[in-house]
Write a protein that binds this ligand. Structure first.
Ligand code: UGA
Ligand code: MN
Length: 242
Protein backbone atom coordinates (compact mmCIF):
# COMPACT_ATOMS: atom_id res chain seq x y z
CA UNK A 1 0.00 0.00 0.00
CA UNK A 2 0.91 3.61 -0.59
CA UNK A 3 1.18 5.80 2.48
CA UNK A 4 -0.78 9.03 2.12
CA UNK A 5 0.57 11.54 4.64
CA UNK A 6 -1.73 14.52 5.15
CA UNK A 7 0.12 17.64 6.26
CA UNK A 8 -1.71 20.88 7.08
CA UNK A 9 0.67 23.84 6.97
CA UNK A 10 0.58 27.61 7.25
CA UNK A 11 2.87 30.53 6.44
CA UNK A 12 5.26 31.57 9.19
CA UNK A 13 8.98 32.17 9.61
CA UNK A 14 9.78 28.52 10.38
CA UNK A 15 7.57 26.95 7.72
CA UNK A 16 10.25 26.06 5.19
CA UNK A 17 12.52 24.68 7.91
CA UNK A 18 9.69 22.45 9.15
CA UNK A 19 8.84 21.24 5.66
CA UNK A 20 12.51 20.56 4.96
CA UNK A 21 12.81 18.37 8.05
CA UNK A 22 9.68 16.51 7.05
CA UNK A 23 10.60 16.02 3.42
CA UNK A 24 14.02 14.65 4.35
CA UNK A 25 12.30 11.95 6.38
CA UNK A 26 9.61 11.27 3.79
CA UNK A 27 12.23 10.82 1.06
CA UNK A 28 13.37 7.71 2.91
CA UNK A 29 9.90 6.16 2.80
CA UNK A 30 9.02 3.95 -0.18
CA UNK A 31 5.57 4.16 -1.80
CA UNK A 32 4.79 7.50 -0.31
CA UNK A 33 2.39 10.26 -1.39
CA UNK A 34 2.42 13.60 0.41
CA UNK A 35 -0.84 15.56 0.58
CA UNK A 36 0.10 19.07 1.66
CA UNK A 37 -2.80 21.37 2.49
CA UNK A 38 -2.01 25.02 2.95
CA UNK A 39 -4.09 27.09 5.32
CA UNK A 40 -4.40 29.94 2.82
CA UNK A 41 -6.56 31.52 0.14
CA UNK A 42 -4.30 30.18 -2.58
CA UNK A 43 -1.34 27.88 -3.00
CA UNK A 44 1.80 29.86 -2.19
CA UNK A 45 4.88 30.15 -4.38
CA UNK A 46 7.07 29.06 -1.49
CA UNK A 47 5.29 25.76 -0.93
CA UNK A 48 4.80 25.10 -4.66
CA UNK A 49 8.52 25.54 -5.35
CA UNK A 50 9.42 23.56 -2.29
CA UNK A 51 7.30 20.58 -3.32
CA UNK A 52 8.57 20.65 -6.89
CA UNK A 53 12.18 20.60 -5.65
CA UNK A 54 11.49 17.88 -3.11
CA UNK A 55 10.98 15.31 -5.86
CA UNK A 56 8.34 13.62 -3.69
CA UNK A 57 5.05 12.42 -5.18
CA UNK A 58 2.62 14.97 -3.85
CA UNK A 59 -0.73 16.71 -4.07
CA UNK A 60 -0.85 20.37 -3.20
CA UNK A 61 -4.16 21.72 -1.89
CA UNK A 62 -5.25 24.80 -0.01
CA UNK A 63 -8.20 25.94 2.06
CA UNK A 64 -8.26 28.88 4.43
CA UNK A 65 -9.35 28.47 8.04
CA UNK A 66 -12.25 30.90 8.58
CA UNK A 67 -10.96 33.85 10.58
CA UNK A 68 -13.35 33.26 13.45
CA UNK A 69 -11.68 29.91 14.09
CA UNK A 70 -8.16 31.35 14.17
CA UNK A 71 -7.93 31.86 17.90
CA UNK A 72 -6.53 30.13 20.97
CA UNK A 73 -8.61 27.26 22.25
CA UNK A 74 -9.88 26.39 18.79
CA UNK A 75 -8.81 23.13 17.17
CA UNK A 76 -6.37 23.65 14.32
CA UNK A 77 -6.26 22.40 10.75
CA UNK A 78 -9.78 20.94 10.68
CA UNK A 79 -10.64 22.28 7.21
CA UNK A 80 -7.24 21.30 5.83
CA UNK A 81 -7.46 17.66 6.93
CA UNK A 82 -11.02 17.46 5.60
CA UNK A 83 -9.90 18.85 2.24
CA UNK A 84 -7.33 16.07 1.99
CA UNK A 85 -9.95 13.43 2.88
CA UNK A 86 -12.19 14.93 0.18
CA UNK A 87 -9.38 14.68 -2.35
CA UNK A 88 -8.80 11.01 -1.51
CA UNK A 89 -12.52 10.25 -1.83
CA UNK A 90 -12.62 11.91 -5.24
CA UNK A 91 -9.35 10.64 -6.70
CA UNK A 92 -8.85 7.22 -5.17
CA UNK A 93 -11.01 4.11 -5.39
CA UNK A 94 -11.30 0.90 -3.36
CA UNK A 95 -8.95 -0.68 -5.92
CA UNK A 96 -6.13 1.56 -4.70
CA UNK A 97 -4.35 0.15 -1.72
CA UNK A 98 -3.36 2.82 0.78
CA UNK A 99 -2.88 3.89 4.37
CA UNK A 100 -3.76 7.40 5.52
CA UNK A 101 -1.78 9.21 8.21
CA UNK A 102 -2.07 12.75 9.60
CA UNK A 103 1.43 14.20 9.67
CA UNK A 104 1.53 17.66 11.21
CA UNK A 105 4.42 19.77 9.95
CA UNK A 106 6.19 20.24 13.29
CA UNK A 107 6.39 16.68 14.63
CA UNK A 108 9.39 14.35 14.36
CA UNK A 109 8.89 11.05 12.55
CA UNK A 110 11.07 7.94 12.58
CA UNK A 111 11.34 6.21 9.22
CA UNK A 112 10.41 3.00 11.05
CA UNK A 113 7.00 4.41 11.87
CA UNK A 114 6.03 4.10 8.22
CA UNK A 115 7.05 0.43 8.10
CA UNK A 116 4.77 -0.12 11.08
CA UNK A 117 1.71 1.70 9.75
CA UNK A 118 1.90 0.17 6.28
CA UNK A 119 0.24 -3.03 7.49
CA UNK A 120 -2.81 -1.17 8.87
CA UNK A 121 -5.90 -3.23 8.01
CA UNK A 122 -8.45 -0.78 9.38
CA UNK A 123 -7.19 1.54 12.11
CA UNK A 124 -3.82 1.19 13.83
CA UNK A 125 -2.35 2.95 16.88
CA UNK A 126 1.03 3.43 18.59
CA UNK A 127 2.71 5.61 21.24
CA UNK A 128 3.47 9.31 20.74
CA UNK A 129 6.35 10.96 22.58
CA UNK A 130 6.40 14.38 24.30
CA UNK A 131 2.67 14.92 24.47
CA UNK A 132 -0.15 15.33 26.97
CA UNK A 133 2.13 16.72 29.64
CA UNK A 134 4.08 13.45 29.76
CA UNK A 135 7.18 12.00 28.15
CA UNK A 136 4.80 9.89 26.11
CA UNK A 137 1.24 8.66 25.78
CA UNK A 138 0.45 5.15 24.68
CA UNK A 139 -2.27 2.58 24.22
CA UNK A 140 -2.07 -0.25 26.79
CA UNK A 141 -2.10 -3.62 25.10
CA UNK A 142 -3.03 -7.08 26.36
CA UNK A 143 -3.04 -10.16 24.13
CA UNK A 144 -2.73 -7.98 21.07
CA UNK A 145 -5.72 -5.78 21.96
CA UNK A 146 -5.94 -2.21 23.19
CA UNK A 147 -7.36 -2.44 26.73
CA UNK A 148 -6.65 1.06 28.01
CA UNK A 149 -4.50 4.14 27.71
CA UNK A 150 -1.54 5.69 29.45
CA UNK A 151 -2.21 9.42 29.28
CA UNK A 152 -1.85 12.44 31.49
CA UNK A 153 -4.46 14.64 29.91
CA UNK A 154 -8.23 14.41 29.52
CA UNK A 155 -8.17 10.70 30.22
CA UNK A 156 -11.92 10.44 29.60
CA UNK A 157 -11.52 11.16 25.89
CA UNK A 158 -13.04 8.24 23.91
CA UNK A 159 -9.68 7.87 22.09
CA UNK A 160 -7.04 9.62 24.23
CA UNK A 161 -4.51 9.78 21.44
CA UNK A 162 -2.72 12.50 19.48
CA UNK A 163 -3.21 13.02 15.74
CA UNK A 164 0.24 11.48 15.21
CA UNK A 165 -0.72 8.26 16.99
CA UNK A 166 -2.90 6.49 14.45
CA UNK A 167 -3.33 5.53 10.80
CA UNK A 168 -6.38 4.50 8.80
CA UNK A 169 -6.60 2.18 5.83
CA UNK A 170 -7.73 4.02 2.69
CA UNK A 171 -10.68 1.63 2.30
CA UNK A 172 -12.01 2.74 5.70
CA UNK A 173 -11.79 6.37 4.56
CA UNK A 174 -13.69 5.49 1.37
CA UNK A 175 -16.26 3.27 3.12
CA UNK A 176 -17.13 6.11 5.51
CA UNK A 177 -17.55 9.06 3.16
CA UNK A 178 -19.05 11.23 5.89
CA UNK A 179 -16.27 10.71 8.42
CA UNK A 180 -14.68 14.12 8.81
CA UNK A 181 -13.00 16.32 11.38
CA UNK A 182 -15.50 18.49 13.16
CA UNK A 183 -15.23 22.16 13.77
CA UNK A 184 -18.38 23.01 15.67
CA UNK A 185 -18.56 21.55 19.12
CA UNK A 186 -15.09 20.08 18.87
CA UNK A 187 -13.02 21.10 21.85
CA UNK A 188 -9.22 21.21 21.84
CA UNK A 189 -7.89 17.70 22.08
CA UNK A 190 -11.17 16.16 20.95
CA UNK A 191 -10.58 16.22 17.19
CA UNK A 192 -8.89 12.82 17.19
CA UNK A 193 -11.68 11.22 19.25
CA UNK A 194 -14.46 12.89 17.27
CA UNK A 195 -12.94 11.53 14.07
CA UNK A 196 -11.99 8.07 15.29
CA UNK A 197 -15.35 7.32 16.87
CA UNK A 198 -16.89 7.67 13.41
CA UNK A 199 -14.75 4.86 12.01
CA UNK A 200 -13.45 2.62 14.81
CA UNK A 201 -14.10 0.83 18.08
CA UNK A 202 -11.38 0.66 20.70
CA UNK A 203 -11.44 -3.14 20.73
CA UNK A 204 -10.71 -3.28 16.99
CA UNK A 205 -7.66 -0.99 17.05
CA UNK A 206 -4.47 -2.62 15.76
CA UNK A 207 -1.48 -1.97 18.03
CA UNK A 208 1.80 -1.29 16.23
CA UNK A 209 5.38 -0.61 17.36
CA UNK A 210 5.90 -3.82 19.37
CA UNK A 211 2.52 -3.76 21.10
CA UNK A 212 2.84 -0.03 21.61
CA UNK A 213 6.08 -0.25 23.56
CA UNK A 214 8.23 1.83 21.19
CA UNK A 215 8.03 5.57 20.55
CA UNK A 216 8.55 6.26 16.84
CA UNK A 217 6.98 9.73 16.60
CA UNK A 218 7.39 12.78 18.82
CA UNK A 219 5.00 15.68 19.24
CA UNK A 220 7.78 18.24 19.02
CA UNK A 221 6.81 21.89 18.81
CA UNK A 222 9.06 24.52 17.36
CA UNK A 223 9.93 27.55 19.42
CA UNK A 224 8.64 30.84 18.06
CA UNK A 225 11.56 32.49 16.29
CA UNK A 226 12.92 35.85 17.45
CA UNK A 227 12.81 38.33 14.57
CA UNK A 228 13.43 41.34 16.81
CA UNK A 229 16.50 42.42 14.86
CA UNK A 230 14.92 42.52 11.42
CA UNK A 231 15.63 45.83 9.65
CA UNK A 232 12.91 48.41 10.20
CA UNK A 233 12.46 48.98 6.49
CA UNK A 234 12.31 46.05 4.13
CA UNK A 235 14.34 48.11 1.64
CA UNK A 236 17.30 47.78 4.00
CA UNK A 237 17.46 44.05 3.49
CA UNK A 238 18.08 41.96 0.43
CA UNK A 239 14.89 39.92 0.16
CA UNK A 240 15.47 36.25 -0.41
CA UNK A 241 13.16 33.36 0.35
CA UNK A 242 13.74 31.87 3.77
C1 UGA B 1 -2.05 19.39 18.69
C2 UGA B 1 -2.25 18.15 17.81
O1 UGA B 1 -1.02 17.44 17.70
C3 UGA B 1 -2.73 18.62 16.42
O2 UGA B 1 -2.84 17.51 15.55
C4 UGA B 1 -4.06 19.33 16.58
O3 UGA B 1 -4.51 19.82 15.31
C5 UGA B 1 -3.85 20.52 17.49
O4 UGA B 1 -3.29 20.11 18.75
C6 UGA B 1 -5.14 21.27 17.75
O5 UGA B 1 -5.21 21.95 18.78
O6 UGA B 1 -6.04 21.20 16.95
P1 UGA B 1 -0.26 21.43 18.22
O7 UGA B 1 1.21 21.17 18.19
O8 UGA B 1 -0.83 22.20 19.35
O9 UGA B 1 -0.99 20.06 18.03
O10 UGA B 1 -0.76 22.15 16.86
P2 UGA B 1 0.08 22.70 15.64
O11 UGA B 1 1.22 21.79 15.34
O12 UGA B 1 0.36 24.13 15.87
O13 UGA B 1 -0.99 22.57 14.45
C7 UGA B 1 -1.34 21.32 13.88
C8 UGA B 1 -1.19 21.38 12.37
O14 UGA B 1 -2.04 22.40 11.86
C9 UGA B 1 0.23 21.70 11.90
O15 UGA B 1 0.55 20.92 10.78
C10 UGA B 1 0.14 23.18 11.53
O16 UGA B 1 1.01 23.57 10.49
C11 UGA B 1 -1.32 23.32 11.08
N1 UGA B 1 -1.89 24.66 11.32
C12 UGA B 1 -1.76 25.27 12.53
C13 UGA B 1 -2.56 25.31 10.30
O17 UGA B 1 -2.67 24.77 9.19
N2 UGA B 1 -3.07 26.56 10.54
C14 UGA B 1 -2.95 27.19 11.74
O18 UGA B 1 -3.43 28.34 11.88
C15 UGA B 1 -2.28 26.52 12.76
MN1 MN C 1 2.26 20.46 16.53
Amino acid sequence: PTIYAITPTYSRAVQKAELTRLSNTFRLVPQFHWIVVEDSNARTELVSRFLARSGLPHTHLHVPTPRRYKRPGMPRATEQRNAALGWLRLHRSPKDSGVVFFADDDNTYSVELFDEMRSTRRVSVWPVGLVGGRRYERPLVEKGRVVGWYTGWKANRPFPIDMAGFAVNLKVVLENPRALFKRLGSKPGMQESDFLKQIAKVEDLEPKADNCTRVLVWHTRTEKVNLGNEPKHWQDSVQIEV
